[in-house]
Design a protein around this ligand. Structure first.
Ligand SMILES: Nc1ncnc2c1ncn2[C@@H]1O[C@H](COP(=O)(O)OP(=O)(O)OP(=O)(O)O)[C@@H](O)[C@H]1O
Ligand SMILES: [Mg+2]
Length: 375
């Protein structure tokens, strides 16, 4: 296996005359990029940036414009407006082959009539990379992607996971400044997805490649990314570190997209939000007036209390956890606790929250690009 640092240094030396990726400059800037198809506005003006070496995931429901955005960045689709910059250089109107960008599609899109080796080498031949250099890079990516025993096969003699690794190798071998991955795991079964997810992350650590990953799977996004950009209806809703977006979303949409939560109305006084059933929760920023917060089920602390405001109305044993429904007045809350000392249904409980939260914004429009940084 090639030395990962050597691989990375080789990559940068050849192309840019620098010795290592240490800068946190922007590799990619998408500035007000929009796309209208006949009868559809696939993308409203959208802006985002990816730093050098960062692994950023675009997360959003089907049809929200994720692939359209990636296709615009690669140059396969022409934007209706806006600009795409790679390392500060405007590439908006460059043809795909002249962009330092590689993409792996959901469908792999391997050439069926070519061997694995020829699939991997194709891009280098197109770019007229000299033979010795081709051989060197080929050996590197074949080792990195674990394809040593498969190079003479044709794609139809490979499993889905193996084909996916070939598609990755084909993208990596051209040593792109930016690697784009459009739902590369979605055709695979759950077990293989998990394995390849780990392989992809290990690969990212080894090559240090700047990566923009697209998925509609929130657990995939949370487990893989340095940063997540949430999209909905052709626009960026919010972006931030996985834990921040999960625990302290600023948008209702983000709160609900990342799994179960309780949306709770609060009265705000400075950095405290008063809960409707009494008690309060800390806010990460000061505010005033009325608002809403998102409380994850695992953030509610339950304690048996004969004078508490809540009653356990349902308890479902899930193995490590018990999932509870707690009724407070006419409000039903979801809570989750470890299963070692479970509460019985009918138990009266107090409900407190120890984790600081953010106020949710009142509405989605106008908050495009709002950022929730890691705390
Ligand atoms: N060539 C096209 N012509 C017309 N409409 C298109 C075209 N490509 C995409 N669209 C529309 O643009 C919108 C965004 O599509 P896009 O493929 O970017 O979504 P996505 O977020 O990648 O969805 P998925 O998760 O299902 O892949 C959709 O409404 C889609 O129907
Ligand atoms: Mg798509």
């Amino acid at each position: 296996m090639p030395d990962p640092v050597e691989f990375r240094v080789g990559l940068k030396k050849k192309k840019r005359g620098v010795t290592a990726v240490t800068t946190q400059a922007h590799e990619l800037d998408v500035v007000d990029v929009s796309k209208a198809f006949v009868g559809t506005r696939a993308l409203l003006p959208t802006s985002l940036s990816v730093k050098t070496g960062e692994f950023v995931t675009i997360l959003g429901p089907s049809g929200c414009g994720k692939s359209t955005l990636l296709r615009i960045i690669t140059g396969i689709t022409e934007p209706s407006g806006g600009r795409v910059l790679l390392r500060g250089k405007d590439i908006t109107h460059l043809p795909p082959e002249r962009r330092d960008v590689a993409i792996v599609f959901q469908s792999y899109a391997l050439f069926p009539h070519m061997s694995v080796a020829d699939n991997i080498l194709f891009g280098l031949k197109m770019k007229r990379v000299p033979k010795e250099e081709r051989k060197r890079r080929f050996a590197q990516v074949v080792a990195i992607c674990g394809l040593e025993n498969l190079v003479t096969r044709s794609p139809r003699q490979l499993s889905g996971g193996q084909q996916q690794r070939v598609a990755l190798a084909r993208a990596l071998v051209v040593q792109p400044a930016l690697l784009l991955l459009d739902e590369p795991l979605s055709n695979l079964d759950a077990k293989l997805r998990e394995t390849l997810r780990e392989e992809l992350m290990a690969l990212h650590r080894r090559t240090g490649s700047t990566t923009l990953y697209v998925t509609h799977d929130q657990s995939e996004a949370m487990s893989m990314s340095d940063r997540i950009i949430v999209m909905k209806d052709g626009q960026v809703v919010e972006s931030g570190a996985p834990r921040s977006l999960y625990m302290r979303p600023r948008q209702r949409f983000t709160a609900l997209f990342f799994g179960h939560t309780n949306i709770v109305p609060v009265k705000v006084d400075g950095s405290q939000a008063r809960l409707p059933w009494g008690g309060s929760v800390a806010l990460v920023e000061k505010s005033s007036g009325c608002g809403e917060i998102s409380l994850r089920p695992e953030c509610l602390t339950l304690a048996a209390d004969a004078t508490g405001p809540g009653v356990i109305t349902a308890a479902t044993f899930m193995g490590a956890d018990v999932h509870y429904t707690v009724r407070i007045g006419d409000r039903l809350l979801r809570a989750r606790h470890g299963s070692t000392a479970p509460f019985a249904e009918g138990t009266r409980v107090s409900v407190t929250v120890d984790t600081p939260v953010s106020l949710l914004a009142a509405e989605l429009p106008g908050l495009t690009g709002a950022t929730t940084e890691a705390q």
